[in-house]
Design a protein around this ligand. Structure first.
Ligand SMILES: [Zn+2]
Length: 297
């Protein structure tokens, strides 16, 4: 097995482990620390988007910035796009990706969702090179096809790749919504200020199964697990002036401290808002949801 392939396998295994610890959105810190391969530290990122570790023959990772100059993330159909580095198709990084394409080399795609946070997806394959638009076409495949002792992937199945790629796109939208909303609320629950990211969700104000729902910050609230569930089950409502109301039957109930502090004391409190007013919940969305809450009382 070549060193290049060995490093790739080590990187995939290391990522699997990191994702099980941190979830599939990884921080720049974790990625730049990287892993140890034969006593050498190998990071997964560099300041440039296309990264080839010194010991590798082909690039290992491609990375997109959340709102960078490149609109890498989406395209029509079942593929992802990745912009060339710069506009010179003969730049060595672009040549590197073209070589990876010719040899079916599995890579890692790191999608920027908010500054410093990336959704890691692998294995991805460069399958097209669009010189006119300075863009590579990329598809995602199942990690199970990567065999330790094979240098190249022979089992490429277009239908399977199209399906997995479309799943990744949905995941990317979901993670991007979650990270943006939680980031806007400075990693705290908008109702109770709890600041543990592992206990926070991005709740939709208009639920995402409604046709008018949007995956934007102004349709989101950063809520802890308890308050997310209470908001979704209409125990808690938010008025368009951002005041929380507790449903009447729950207010009249008497029970232990969780009911008292966790729910009843939120009544008539104002939610915590993002710093930027443009990120505040849209009042029409809040009102739409508040009417559902009123109907439930
Ligand atoms: Zn909370």
């Amino acid at each position: 097995m070549s060193i290049d392939h060995e490093i790739r396998i080590t990187a995939f295994n290391w990522l699997t482990e990191q994702v099980s610890i941190h979830g599939d959105v990884l921080s720049w810190n974790v990625l730049s620390q990287g892993f140890i391969f034969k006593d050498q530290r190998i990071p997964l990122v560099s300041p440039q988007g296309i990264f080839r570790p010194r010991l590798c023959r082909y690039p290992l990772t491609i990375r997109s910035a959340p709102d960078g100059p490149y609109d890498d993330k989406f395209s029509k159909g079942d593929v992802l796009l990745y912009r060339y580095r710069g506009d010179n198709y003969l730049h060595r990084d672009n040549i590197g990706l073209r070589e990876a394409m010719k040899n079916s080399i599995p890579l890692i795609y790191l999608f920027g969702v908010v500054p410093g946070k990336y959704l890691a997806t692998w294995p991805v394959f460069v399958v097209g090179d669009d010189l006119k638009n300075l863009t590579f076409t990329v598809t995602v495949d199942d990690a199970a096809i990567i065999k330790e002792d094979e240098l190249v992937v022979k089992d490429s199945d277009e239908a399977r790749r199209a399906y997995i790629t479309s799943m990744v796109k949905i995941r990317l939208h979901q993670r991007s919504f979650r990270e943006k909303v939680i980031h806007a609320y400075r990693t705290q629950c908008a109702f109770c200020r709890l600041k543990h990211p592992e206990l926070l969700d991005a709740a939709h104000i208009i639920p995402d199964n409604e046709p008018q729902s949007r995956p934007t910050i102004d349709n989101g609230l950063s809520l802890c697990k308890l308050h997310h569930a209470a908001f979704d089950s209409l125990i808690l409502g938010v008025r368009p002036d951002y005041i929380i109301e507790v449903r009447g039957d729950v207010l009249r109930e008497h029970d232990g401290p969780m009911l008292q502090h966790g729910l009843k004391e939120l009544h008539n409190k104002k939610i915590i808002l993002p710093r930027k007013q443009e990120s505040w919940p849209d009042r029409d969305f809040v009102n739409w949801r508040y009417q559902k809450f009123r109907d439930a009382v």
